[in-house]
Design a protein around this ligand. Sequence first.
Ligand code: GTP
Length: 303
Amino acid sequence: MEPEAEATRCGFVAVLGAPNAGKSTLVNRLVGTKVSIVSRKVQTTRSIVRGIAMAGRSQIIFVDTPGIFAPRRRLDRAMVETAWSGARDADLIVLMIDASRGFVSEVTDLLERLADVPHPKILVLNKVDLVKREELLALAEQANAMVSFTDTFMVSATSGDGLDVFLAHLAASVPAGPWLYPEDEVTDVPLRQLAAEITREKLFERIHQELPYQATVETERWTDQKDGSAKVEQTIYVTRDSHKKIVIGKGGAAIKSISMAARKEIAEIAERPVHLFLFVKVREKWGDDPERYRAMGIEFPKD
Ligand SMILES: Nc1nc2c(ncn2[C@@H]2O[C@H](COP(=O)(O)OP(=O)(O)OP(=O)(O)O)[C@@H](O)[C@H]2O)c(=O)[nH]1
């Protein structure tokens, strides 16, 4: 007789951390597919993006939260609240600290707030490739003195150092239960939302000014064509006419470069040729419009 298969496990893991801690890099690496946007600039993740990792008989669903930081604008406040609500719904909370930056104020704030959260909490010190061992141990000790973490891991999300052990730990820690997603599904974020995030990332990379932080991208239409390609129409919303000029660039140079780079990446993810059409529109107060928040999958904040 066949031995009975080991029971399945499945759970939600919220990854919290200050902007730039490396949360997206970690989730992407564990999931093995690019599901969340990585950028050298801070605060690129505006929506909760889930990546799903399979490890043995366990399914681990990551809730990759926006960086948590002191909110100033309305949109920022909305992101912070969305991040915390993701954490409240999760089975486990992972706090990621960029060990090369140590206890910056955002980290201290997070630790203070986490102290009262009842979920099992795991500490991950990231970027160990940049830090001496003694410093890591001191950091771990300090953080554990403020919050009772069940476990502490030291990893490098870019090199992959320590990630196997960490993933195995998560696999064993999520609750027993049936898988919520088909085994081969890595993300439940619709392609059109991913496509918008990709274009936004290209905007960040090409326009080195404050402007992209106030810009947002939406996929207005996604049409699968008979020839197997997709026609994708997106709008880049900016807050001022002068910003529109910057995004378009001299003779359209900037927008062309954004479009080419985004098209290539969207085609890779969609696994089909893509025709990308980008429009730039000025919408002065999009930060105060509830509809825009819904489009990005985050809650409109009440003052
Ligand atoms: N040296 C080193 N760099 C890393 C490591 N992990 C991430 N990074 C870099 O840190 C930067 C930020 O990484 P992200 O994954 O975008 O950070 P995030 O926490 O998701 O950032 P937000 O989306 O802004 O909240 C990127 O340039 C990464 O390549 C690591 O282990 N070592």
